[in-house]
Design a protein around this ligand. Sequence first.
Ligand SMILES: Cc1cc2nc3c(=O)[nH]c(=O)nc-3n(C[C@H](O)[C@H](O)[C@H](O)COP(=O)(O)OP(=O)(O)OC[C@H]3O[C@@H](n4cnc5c(N)ncnc54)[C@H](O)[C@@H]3O)c2cc1C
Length: 479
Amino acid sequence: MNIDAALIEIERACGSGSVRTDEATRVLYSADASEAVCPPPDAVVFAHSPKDVARTFAVAQARGVPVTPRSGGTGKVGGSVAAQGGIVLALEGMHELDVCPQDWAAVCGPGVVLGDLHRAAEAENCLYPPDPGSLATCQVGGTVATNAAGPSAVKYGATAGYVLGLQVVWPDGSIHRLGGRTQKRVSGYDLVSLMVGSEGTLGVITEATLRLMPKPESIATLRCYWGAANSSKGTSSSKGASNKRASIGAWIQRARLHAPDLRCAELFDATTLSIASHHAGLSIPRGAEAMVLFEVDGDEAAVAHQAPRLAEAALEHGALDVVVEEQAAKRARLWDARRSISDALRKQARHKLSEDVVVPLSRLDDLIAACRELSEEYGIVIPAYGHAGDGNLHVNFLWDDEGQRPAVNQAIRALFERTVEMGGAVSGEHGIGLLKAPFLSVEQPEPLIELQRNIKRVFDPRGILNPGKIFGGASCPGC
Ligand SMILES: Cc1cc2nc3c(=O)[nH]c(=O)nc-3n(C[C@H](O)[C@H](O)[C@H](O)COP(=O)(O)OP(=O)(O)OC[C@H]3O[C@@H](n4cnc5c(N)ncnc54)[C@H](O)[C@@H]3O)c2cc1C
């Protein structure tokens, strides 16, 4: 690769100031929100139009320079880290946003911050449902590329359900439109779906047309506390205060029967409950070992009917206490506390690794039990929390002593193996990126992985786009 000549050509094509090679910029763009640590890229190219992306690719192809797309840089698996050097292609400058309520759609540049899209949609009485915890900083391009989801996926699903159309630049520099502003279409292969979740390995998204929903009239938020008997693998025949006592996973699985408009069910285990409660200034009822944060949304009458019915059913099935959060300010503090857990856990030990496994809902109790068993077997603190309503938990590994690292590695592999045995996947929402690449084969057979490599070769025969991601092959000294 002839990087110096390439950078001169890119700056000439994209304009003065589009290429930065100073140390501070390269360091800033050398990491995302994961534990991936790679050397800084050779340069950061700031694109302001699809043509800038196309021009960058034209030079990168000719000079054999790797290109790694990046939107908000909040990824959790090192996807936007330049694992093989070259260029980080920053798309944050492409933040045009047009909300079109008449089409129930919003047309967004890849650099639109998701929280800005939420606010713009709400101003038109619309809702863009995907709500990852990072929504204050993640950007549309990254959320489409990772098929991001959030707490409300229980009712509304992940990003994939909202992408109507894309403008994409392939690695050969050609610009294409896939799908469009219609609510549905069946014309040829569904390349929009192929792009969603492709983690910046097939092409660069330069515009996304996203489906909007009606903004719900009302939201009810419930804090539902559970004691040790329920947070362990209890059964409906367990003895206790209630003869209908249910284990927490079984209860989460059934909650929708009581509240069909359930939009989220977020689990906090004992450790994360303590952290979040401290952050939100809430006291924990005596004996509580876990909490589920439920939300129901919809029209006012439906919410007014379903929320109390959910609370009653929870108490009947063994919940210690249920608190309905009525004030908007308290609700906001609670969600702020939920979003701060990842950072707070980082302060609890010298080292932290966070996994993102997902299992079928019927196996949620087994996943919770597996975390506890792995913690005992390997002597590592393993708090787990997250989108339990989707069977998706963020399982964290915390340790202080360098000597524990081999045990951590074994425990992580064991977690993935057990998840897959349960019919689950190694990632529920963060993707594979750089950090999970060594574990894709735990879930998928080699011929299926090879088929996906071949698909990548069709789009990117020279392998210049985000090399080393999903399928491995990159060495990252710090990983
Ligand atoms: C506090 C916190 C909470 C989080 N909570 C959630 C959550 O609830 N749910 C969830 O799903 N994730 C969550 N995440 C992870 C992360 O925010 C998501 O993966 C998000 O979608 C990444 O968006 P981004 O703009 O930051 O992408 P980046 O980190 O910039 O990139 C992510 C991937 O997309 C590729 N990419 C970026 N832009 C483009 C583009 N325009 N075209 C093609 N490829 C591109 C990159 O190469 C990379 O592989 C959380 C992260 C943090 C730090």
